[in-house]
Design a protein around this ligand. Structure first.
Ligand SMILES: [Zn+2]
Ligand SMILES: [Zn+2]
Length: 293
């Protein structure tokens, strides 16, 4: 089973034929999707998609593009909305100096507010970082020193320094279809160095379709192509890559219920799978206990 932990199913490009899009995702082995919030004011639309489907969850937050328009959303509002059982993450928030649709100051303030919400809820923060490597790393280091939080750098397209500093802080790194593009050699080199237990895969649909669909509308089923490229980069089988990234998904997005029998379908039912399973039933996931199961 693969997970597409970052897509935008409420966007109009995916709304019209969502039934077919979701059927293709299921056929492709994409068992869970997380549809990501970009505006708190439109969060009800995102939540509605998640509530309508057993295997779809969502986040709550304000994209850096929209940061200036939602600076009045307090951390307490994010925390309150995140209490819904279908909300498994905070974000996406961060810094985008490429488009810079909001002021840098507004983006930084929004980023820090979302970090505070992630810290308070224990939910992972979905980070959007583009052309802002140094400031992203600096804010993450500054905030982590104030108190731990979980996070993923989504659709990673930054340089090796941000990857290194984020990994040192315990963050996860997620790759999108960009990694399949011909000119992405530097990105593939970074991915090769990300430890297998910190790696995630996503579509960011409807944007950034992987090869061979580059330029077309993206959809969750295409995550298979990105996962195949990532497996090649890591020198492992597609099954091993799917097992690892899905295990990582449940470790990071730990509020997401695991589908019945999920552990049975992983390539190797290791003690870590057993530990993950025991967390579902709320029993302590101690290694020694897991090994006896
Ligand atoms: Zn993003
Ligand atoms: Zn996104």
């Amino acid at each position: 089973m693969l997970v597409d932990h970052h897509c935008h199913l409420d966007f109009e490009q995916l709304a019209q034929d969502r039934v077919e899009v979701l059927a293709r995702a299921r056929d492709a082995g994409v068992g869970i999707m997380v549809t990501i919030s970009t505006l708190v004011s439109k969060f009800p639309d995102v939540l509605a998609v998640a509530e309508a489907h057993d295997n779809i969850y969502c986040s709550v937050g304000t994209h850096p593009h929209n940061a200036d328009s939602e600076l009045d959303v307090p951390v307490s509002k994010l925390v309150e909305l995140a209490a819904h059982p279908k909300v498994v993450a905070i974000g996406e928030a961060g810094l985008d100096y490429f488009y810079q649709k909001s002021s840098r100051e507004g983006q930084a303030l929004g980023f820090r507010n979302h970090i505070a919400a992630a810290r308070e809820t224990g939910l992972p923060l979905v980070i959007h970082a583009r052309d802002a490597d140094e400031d992203t790393a600096a804010i993450l280091e500054d905030e982590m020193a104030k108190g731990a939080f979980k996070a993923v750098l989504h659709c990673f397209t930054a340089g090796p320094d941000l990857a290194r500093r984020a990994l040192a802080l315990g963050l996860y790194v997620s790759f999108s279809g960009v990694i399949t593009f011909k000119k992405s050699d530097e990105l593939r080199a970074i991915a090769a160095d990300v430890p297998l237990d910190r790696l995630l895969v996503e579509t960011d649909a409807p944007y950034l379709a992987p090869m061979p669909y580059r330029g077309k509308r993206n959809e969750p089923s295409y995550v298979v192509h990105t996962a195949a490229k990532l497996a090649e980069v890591k020198g492992i089988t597609a099954d091993a890559l799917a097992a690892a990234t899905t295990r990582n998904f449940f470790a990071l997005y730990s509020k997401t219920p695991k589908p019945a029998g999920w552990a049975d379908h992983t390539a190797s039912a290791t003690s870590r799978d057993a530990a993950a399973q025991s967390q579902v039933t709320q029993t302590p996931a101690r290694q020694s206990q897991a090994e006896t199961q």
